[in-house]
Design a protein around this ligand. Structure first.
Ligand SMILES: [Zn+2]
Length: 290
């Protein structure tokens, strides 16, 4: 096989640079570095001090978004700083991930968005990660949302509110609020536990009263819980039963049909019955060719 070299544009998190690319088995590795802080804050004594690097050649690898259907990874050198005040050594956290996880923030976003209309098992299987990882991501995002307000300067005209479900039989649900102002780039604003009106309200309360008043339309499913929460907290917003939600409903119907019709039946298939003979119909209802 011959090889060719091509250039691609890739989004990288702010302050991060890609230094090297390496093709690995079944994926892509990007060696990245980031701007180090001049004066890191010590996590033990809480004091700031000029950066004092400790040399250590340990490389860490974390999961990032897929590229051309294959997982890609960020590989980076661990950066250790020694606090001159108390002597504590700490690993400096890169801007693209949280502590103690092996994936980037944007991988978390991708998982959350994939959960809209899919179960944790489906998403985990598709991305090749454990269902527990999916749940941990949701849990962390719920905790984040509790702790921080959305930037009050952010202009939001269009919102989406969706339920996501976690493991079957665990009654695990969460509500996810998305900024759809730029439909090509939906962004997650908040995540709350549950899928009732209170969960919808908890998400909307992350926005300032001015931001809520500026919202022009909200996309929800057909259930009453989110419609009520949005109706109460978004005074100038029109409700849209979003095509996505409708599509999801249609998907469920098609799925049910497919399950039903892929079972071999002895019913006469009307489409194939032009000759008048009774054929066993095993055609899938969702097959685009039929
Ligand atoms: Zn210290």
């Amino acid at each position: 096989m011959t090889t060719a070299t091509i250039a691609i544009d890739m989004d990288v998190p702010a302050g991060v640079s890609v230094d090297e690319y390496e093709r690995i088995d079944d994926g892509h590795a990007f060696h990245v570095s980031w701007e180090l802080p001049d004066r890191p804050r010590c996590e033990t004594c809480k004091r700031e001090a000029p950066l004092q690097l400790i040399e250590k050649n340990k490389f860490l690898t974390i999961r990032d978004l897929d590229l051309w259907g294959k997982p890609s990874f960020f590989a980076y050198q661990e950066v250790l700083h020694r606090c001159p005040h108390c002597g504590h050594r700490q690993s400096l956290l890169p801007p693209f991930k949280r502590r103690d996880v092996k994936y980037s923030y944007r991988f978390e976003e991708h998982v959350l968005v994939s959960l809209i209309g899919g179960t944790a098992e489906d998403v985990a299987q598709r991305l090749g990660i454990a269902a527990e990882t999916v749940e941990r991501i949701v849990k962390n995002r719920i905790e984040d949302a509790k702790a921080k307000q959305i930037d009050p300067q952010r202009k939001i005209e269009r919102l989406g509110m969706d339920e996501i479900s976690l493991r079957k039989g665990h009654k695990g649900y969460a509500t996810i609020l998305t900024d759809l102002t730029d439909p090509a780039r939906p962004e997650i604003l908040a995540v709350a536990k549950g899928r009732d009106e209170a969960a919808g309200q908890a998400c909307l309360e992350r926005l300032s009263p001015e931001q809520r008043a500026a919202v022009r339309c909200h996309h929800t499913d057909m259930g009453p819980a989110y419609l009520k929460a949005c109706g109460a907290l978004l005074p100038n917003s029109q409700s849209v039963i979003d095509r996505f939600h409708v599509a999801k409903k249609l998907g469920e119907v098609a799925d049910a049909l497919r399950k039903k019709t892929t079972e071999p039946t002895s019913e006469v298939c009307p489409r194939n019955n032009a000759s008048g003979s009774a054929l066993r119909c095993t055609t899938s209802a969702a097959d685009p060719r039929t």
